[in-house]
Design a protein around this ligand. Structure first.
Ligand code: ATP
Ligand code: MG
Length: 942
């Protein structure tokens, strides 16, 4: 273990801690029989956390378990993955591919895979021998490592791996403590928390006996009680007395002359330093402004000497028990000593020295994020150099670790003078980073605080611009920031252009169709004048959605193709992502499913590589819409279930909207009560959140009412919504048919008009988009009770990749024929619709058709064609997983080739095992071989 103080930590036996050791022995015993745990050892400085960890390490070695040990450093909190690399990247780590860890920071796109490789490597190491991972001083952990550790702990929950963490809860960032708490809590019974208390008087006396080699007399006992049971202070006291020659041992009893405390305790650090030679004193003080461990060369540069000139002074500081060698570096013997030594330097001088030490570190090849913490230790408001270093550090880590970057820029902000000209730029940077890190509440607070200060118009507009991009807010709120900014007098033309672009986009996302075209025209004009590609894209994306919603499908496609060309012009950041999202969405909505599916996969890939959670959520939701459009209900459900937040996820952004739509669709089609409840909740939440959300919510609530036989409520919900709007999403077309059905059943004139105007839009360009024509024919057929139209719809749908819409049209046509007395054809059609519904696990639909068939004397049971178990029951993705696993792929490889997360692969495997009634991959392998044999014989499928 890289212990500061090296062997010194174990110089004496450990005393006390019997209860804690019992727990830890238990953890070790569990580990040896294959059960892992997460243990947190916490307590005050010097209380003995590191000592306890060292003891655990010995005990692990004694029973033949392996341990990996590391510690976090205060000055590396901002260095992405510093702790993870220290833990698993060492040469002695029994973990394959550790070298890849060092690429983590440089290649954020690889991070997902590297952490998963690591997980696999740890799992296989743990298969050979139970493994313990000991991480000390985790309060200083960098965010990237914390997230990775958490994911490793979760992923390896079933493996024989014990995670033992040491933490000083009084130090470090609050977010770190929360994350560590969550690690312990998530393990339930196998998450343990040990709070180290002071040693008892007897235990302290034992320590004294160990140090002095004799029993202690009453006076000495009293003196040791002065250390108040803190082992660090106790040892300082005993060592001090011994070094000052004040301990007398007589017949096995140690006593001390006089009741005075040893100087090293009674003295301040100041006095302790004064006892050193001037050269050694300078060395110690300089050491105190350096990071916890530093090289002799860095120290020499700070002191302004050749390293050889320091040998004598360093030796003196080591003899004075202040410094110690840690590998080929130097450090303080205990962190508490470093802090005390730092305090002896007057603040102004300390600041200068720390600035100088930052320079020395940069010269020695340190990165901005490594020096950032050193710099801010004593920086004060108005310190522009410190601000500059912090901003640079924030920028370097922003791609790989937005959360740390947000911390660094937040720190920069706190160090900026109120009247600093750059202040608002930094506020905007900080807001953007908080958003990227999904720390939305903080973003909101910092936004409010920024607007509280007097601002000039330009600054206000820039701050509102970053707030207008906070993804968790509703588009209505975001558009409001743009609108207010555009009203500010005298803002620069580039800021104005940006606001125009985002206003058009947000208005579109909010569903304010009537203003989108104007806003988009304004934005496009400004974008052209300023040659601003990003704003042009936003305007085009907005227009494409309106085009589709108004029935101009070809225009929509054309516009989106234009976006595609524009987006190729380089790294467009968030706007590039917006463009990719809508290209995929529109392709799916217009019925170009294979094209859309490929784009979604690409989007998911980009999001995973960049570790961009917001983007991943957006594309996952779109993927669920894609699965719905393909009639793969089970798959759609798996996708929303395995997305962050699962089925109950709610937010006001794009994710929340699509989530509500998918929930409603699944609830309607499967008649699942749990989904219905969640769908109703989501819908109620969205009702008053702008037209687009209102539309989705109204349809969801109308569907629930309709299904429970309450036609009046269904009509009331739908009467005041435009059925087609923006954003134009795949399910919108199904809603037109749904509304037509209700309009026909109720005879409500207003609703009828709503449906008619949607149909008119869809018929605007005849022969352009087949799906539009199919939906229009279907809805008209229903409205007018026109079997001929329905026949046309069925024909048109047959050429679209929409099994469920197709089956609905077939069903409606069948019913119409029945009304006309054509019983035989009707039964044929209803049977076909039934098969499709049952095959898609659209149980509610299948049951309805089943009832109609029953009335005609035909008995159909769900589950005959599409079994719930057996090979036939597997979804397409599940079948792909089976083939890969049968060919020997690991979960990781499956995830990689299908571009799924390992959680999703796990979920698929669980479902596959359940459907096939097996319990292991081996069984799966054997079954697949025989199934493949069966399939190659011609009788299969008959
Ligand atoms: N139970 C014990 N018996 C004997 N010595 C101990 C005991 N606990 C700690 N020590 C000694 O006390 C000193 C301080 O302990 P340690 O460094 O483990 O504290 P810590 O809790 O890790 O402090 P920090 O928060 O500063 O890291 C060390 O020299 C250690 O060997
Ligand atoms: Mg410690």
């Amino acid at each position: 273990m890289s212990e500061p103080g090296g062997t010194a930590v174990r110089a004496f036996p450990m005393r006390g801690r019997a209860d804690e050791l019992d727990v830890l022995d238990d953890v070790i015993a569990n580990l040896m029989v294959g059960t892992g745990s997460v243990v947190l050892v916490e307590g005050a400085p010097g209380i003995g956390k590191t000592r306890l960890l060292a003891e655990v390490r010995d005990r692990l070695a004694a029973v033949g378990a392996r341990s990996l040990c590391a510690k976090a450093f205060e000055d590396q909190q901002a260095v992405p993955f510093a702790l993870l690399i220290a833990t698993f990247g060492g040469a002695e780590a029994p973990v394959a591919g550790a070298a890849a860890l060092r690429t983590l920071d440089a290649r954020p796109d690889r991070r997902y895979w590297v952490v998963r490789d690591l997980e696999a490597a740890i799992a296989s190491a743990a298969e050979q021998a139970p493994l313990a991972v000991l991480v000390d001083d985790v309060q200083w952990a960098d965010t990237g490592s914390l997230v990775a550790l958490r994911s490793l702990m979760d992923g390896l929950a079933a493996a024989p791996v014990a995670w033992i963490l040491g933490m000083r809860p009084s130090a470090g960032r609050p977010a770190v403590r929360d994350a560590v708490d969550a690690m312990v809590l998530s393990r339930g019974r196998h998450g343990r928390r040990l709070r180290l208390d002071v040693l008892s008087t007897e235990e302290a006396a034992d320590v004294a006996r160990d140090v002095l080699g004799a029993d202690v007399d009453t006076l000495l006992t009293w003196m040791t009680s002065m250390a108040r049971g803190n082992p660090f202070l106790l040892l300082e006291l005993l060592r001090g007395l011994r070094d000052e020659g004040r301990i007398r041992v007589d017949a096995g009893r140690a006593s001390t002359a006089g009741g005075a405390l040893p100087r090293r305790l009674a003295d301040t650090m100041e006095q302790r330093l004064n006892r050193l030679s001037p050269g050694a004193r300078r060395v110690v003080q300089m050491a105190a402004v350096l990071p916890e461990n530093f090289s002799a060369a860095t120290l020499a540069r700070m002191v302004g000497q050749q390293p050889s000139g320091l040998v004598e002074f360093v030796g003196e500081a080591v003899r004075a028990d202040l410094l110690t060698e840690v590998g080929d570096h130097l450090g303080f013997r205990h962190d508490l000593l470093r802090h005390a030594a730092r305090q002896t330097i007057p603040l102004t001088l300390r600041r200068a020295l720390e600035r100088e030490s930052a320079g020395a570190l940069i010269d020695a090849g340190a990165t901005p994020e490594e020096v950032a913490i050193v710099v801010t230790r004593s920086a004060d408001v108005g310190d522009r150099d410190a601000v500059a270093i912090l901003r640079r550090a924030a920028q370097t880590v922003s791609r790989s670790d937005p959360s740390t970057a947000a911390d660094l820029s937040g720190q920069a902000l706190r160090l900026m003078a109120a009247d600093d000209a750059d202040r608002n730029t930094v506020v905007a940077e900080n807001l953007w980073l908080l958003n990227r890190a999904q720390r939305f509440d903080e973003a909101q607070r910092s936004f409010a605080a920024a607007l509280d200060r007097p601002l000039d118009a330009e600054a206000e507009a820039r701050i509102r611009l970053s707030m207008a991009m906070v993804s968790m807010r509703s588009p209505g709120q975001r558009a409001e920031e743009n609108r207010r900014s555009l009203q500010l007098p005298g803002i620069s033309s580039s800021t104005r252009t940006q606001h125009l672009g985002w206003l058009a986009y947000h208005a579109m996302m909010d569903g304010r169709v009537s203003v989108v075209r104007c806003a988009a025209v304004d934005a496009l004009e400004a974008a052209t004048a300023a040659s601003d590609v990003t704003v042009a894209i936003l305007a085009k994306v907005a227009t494409a959605n309106v085009d589709c919603a108004e029935g101009f499908g070809l225009f929509g496609l054309d516009t989106i193709a234009h976006v595609e060309r524009l987006a190729r012009s380089g790294d467009l950041g968030v706007v590039g992502q917006v463009a990719a999202f809508h290209r995929a969405s529109i392709a799916i909505s217009l019925g170009r499913l294979s094209e859309g599916a490929a784009m979604v996969e690409q989007g998911l890939d980009v999001a995973r590589r960049a570790d961009d959670k917001t983007l991943l959520q957006n594309f996952s939701q779109l993927d669920a819409l894609r699965a719905l459009a393909e009639g793969k209900l089970a798959e759609a459900r798996t996708i929303v279930e395995s997305a962050p937040g699962g089925l109950e996820a709610v937010d006001d952004g794009v994710t929340g909207l699509i989530h509500a739509l998918v929930l409603s669709e699944l609830a309607v089609r499967t008649d699942d009560r749990g989904l219905r409840r969640l769908s109703d909740l989501a819908a109620r939440r969205l009702l008053d959140m702008g037209p687009a959300r209102h539309r989705a919510a109204a349809v969801a609530l109308a569907a629930a009412a309709w299904q429970s036989g309450d036609t009046d409520s269904a009509v009331a919900m739908l009467r005041d919504v435009d059925l087609l709007g923006t954003p134009f999403l795949a399910v919108d077309l199904d809603h037109v048919v749904f509304a037509a059905r209700i309009a026909a059943a109720s005879g409500d004139e207003t609703l009828r008009q709503r449906v008619t105007s949607a149909i008119t839009a869809l018929e605007r360009e005849p022969d352009a988009v087949r799906l539009f024509a199919a939906v229009a024919a279907h809805a008209r057929g229903l409205l007018d009770g026109d079997a001929q139209r329905l026949a046309v719809a069925v024909e048109l749908f047959a050429e679209c990749e929409r099994p469920l819409s197709n089956a609905t049209a077939v069903e409606d046509f069948g019913r119409a024929l029945l009304d006309d007395g054509d019983r035989e054809r009707a039964i044929g059609l209803l049977n076909a619709a039934f098969d499709t519904f049952a095959g898609c696990e659209s149980t509610a639909d299948a049951r309805r058709v089943g009832r109609a068939l029953h009335a005609l004397g035909v008995e159909r049971r769900i589950g005959r064609r599409r079994a719930r178990t057996g090979w036939e029951s597997l979804t397409r993705t599940e079948s792909q997983v089976v083939q890969l696993v049968a060919d020997g792929a690991t979960n990781r490889e499956v995830a990689e080739s299908l571009w799924l997360s390992h959680h999703t692969v796990n979920t698929h495997l669980r479902n596959i095992f359940a459907k096939l009634g097996i319990r292991s991959r081996d069984e799966l392998g054997r079954m697949t071989v025989s199934e493949r044999g069966r399939r190659s014989t011609p009788s299969w499928r008959s």
